[in-house]
Design a protein around this ligand. Structure first.
Ligand SMILES: [Zn+2]
Length: 483
């Protein structure tokens, strides 16, 4: 749905209002509650101001979120993904990890996110750890959201009641659209549903566009989840192919991409294993016989390419988690370090596929930049990376623009379950994009006009082309779509 003129004007006004503080913050603006955070130091150059202005006013496409439906969120706390319905919810994704690695105990964390604990007294649980983490990207996204949505600049005993009041005032029907469009100036989001459904039709289909999850097509595979809606009884590998076909035929026209996060449990070294080798293993899985690790890999590898080839035939890009793991005290860094080499092999084995390597493979982003330069079917998505390491994300973008074709980079994905910190993350991304472009101009790599011309492709044009957003929007607004 095209935004009305009134909505566009409202959004521009919001962007412009933030901009005054964003580009050349006065002491007063920086302190005033609700003011947008500064993108560049006071007295920043005309170059920075012009770029910041263009970046603030250009709507951005958000290519990765885990947002639950607004109606589900409004059902309140004590449900999966919404442990509590107060200000502490903003800290549950991803700031929980920094808090836990800074020393917060599991017991204190559980109390902090309990639906039964008094909202204002929760501050005393957070206070000892807040100074240790408040500067990280995870925390800055939350702080920006709290400042812009609730008008509170600093968390303290004195302000926490105001934070809770702001939370309640904001969390009302319609708040997704207000935060995502009016505040964050996002054109659309791409949601990877994590509540179980491979494809989740949204009540706001053109704002919360959806990925088709393929991970269960090869991990397991998850017959119990994928087969029942199709009505197909799976007694052979051929039946499983038909189940996959059903999902693609039904949802490929509506989905923006397919998505797999299997890199959380293995490397992405998927070989092209022939059906004859996969068939007997699949039969064993059906019989619930013991399957060796080697057999399981062969079956997964075979089915991965079955899913990827189907995605390519249906014109869907393939989004793969690469690099850093959410969570704490668990990440096997040596496995992640293999992702770039395996990704190059995927590009070679799947010339028809368009691979979107998510999260810049952090911390191996230099390697993923090399992939974007070398392989015509490799795209790199900065989603999540602006809050993992804001400086690394800026560094990636800056290097990408001098190294690889510009259309191979995607700018932003909040990667959040709660909607509020998406705003903070988007502000951080815009700040980083502006800085990357400004530094390239200041260092003499780009002319200002060239940098200004790159803003639209980076923020929205690349995603529009790769995910065919105009065509998807049309399909999603057709009567009966998504039912
Ligand atoms: Zn994610």
């Amino acid at each position: 749905m095209a935004p009305s003129r009134r909505t566009v004007l409202k959004r521009l006004a919001a962007a412009g209002a933030g901009l005054a503080a964003w580009t050349a913050p006065s002491a007063e603006a920086a302190e005033s509650p609700g003011a947008a955070p500064a993108i560049a130091p006071a007295g920043s150059s005309a170059t920075r101001r012009r770029l910041a202005d263009r970046v603030a006013r250009t709507p951005m496409v958000d290519t990765h979120e885990h947002l639950i439906e607004e109606a589900d969120r409004l059902r309140g706390g004590g449900q999966p993904r919404v442990p509590c319905d107060d200000w502490a919810l903003l800290f549950t994704h991803y700031l929980d990890s920094d808090l836990r690695t800074s020393g917060m105990s599991r017991a204190d964390w559980d109390r902090f996110t309990s639906p039964d604990e008094d909202a204002t007294s929760k501050w005393s649980l957070l206070a000892p750890y807040w100074p240790l983490v408040k500067h990280t990207g995870y925390a800055q996204a939350v702080r920006i959201a709290i400042r812009q949505l609730y008008g509170v600049s600093e968390l303290s005993t004195a302000t926490i009641a105001q934070v809770q009041a702001g939370y309640e005032r904001t969390r009302q029907p319609g708040f997704y659209r207000k935060i995502l469009q009016d505040h964050a100036n996002l054109e659309s989001c791409q949601v990877n549903c994590i509540t179980g459904e491979p494809f989740k039709p949204s009540a706001m289909p053109t704002l919360l566009m959806q990925d088709l999850s393929i991970v269960g097509m090869f991990a397991g595979p998850n017959i119990g989840q994928y087969a029942p809606p199709t009505g197909i009884t799976v007694g052979s590998l051929g039946d499983w192919y038909r189940v996959m076909d059903w999902w693609f035929e039904r949802y490929a026209p509506l989905a923006v991409a397919v998505k797999s996060q299997q890199a959380y449990s293995r490397d992405i070294d998927y070989a092209r294993v022939p059906a004859e080798k996969a068939e007997p293993v699949f039969a064993k899985v059906l019989r619930k016989d013991k399957v060796s690790a080697e057999e399981r890999k062969a079956l997964e590898d075979h089915l991965f390419w079955c899913a990827v080839d189907r995605a390519s035939a249906h014109g869907l890009p393939v989004k793969l988690h690469t690099g850093y793991y959410a969570g704490h005290n668990s990440m096997p860094l040596s496995r992640l370090s293999q992702n770039p080499g395996s990704a190059a092999e995927l590009c070679r084995l799947g010339p028809e596929a368009r691979f979107v390597f998510m999260h810049i493979g952090y911390p191996y982003y230099e390697e993923f930049l090399a992939l974007a330069k070398q392989w015509s079917n490799a795209y790199v998505d900065l989603c999540w990376s602006w809050i993992i390491n804001p400086v690394a994300a800026k560094d990636y973008l800056k290097k990408h623009l001098l190294t690889a074709p510009v259309q191979k980079v995607l700018p932003f994905g909040g990667d959040y379950i709660p909607v509020e910190p998406v705003l903070g993350h988007a502000v951080i991304a815009r700040r980083g994009i502006t800085l990357a472009l400004a530094e390239l101009v200041e260092e003499g790599w780009l002319m200002l006009d060239e940098a200004l011309d790159l803003v639209d492709p980076i923020l929205r044009g690349n995603a529009h082309r790769l995910f065919e957003l105009a065509r998807k929007t049309e399909a999603l607004t057709r009567p009966g779509a998504g039912s």
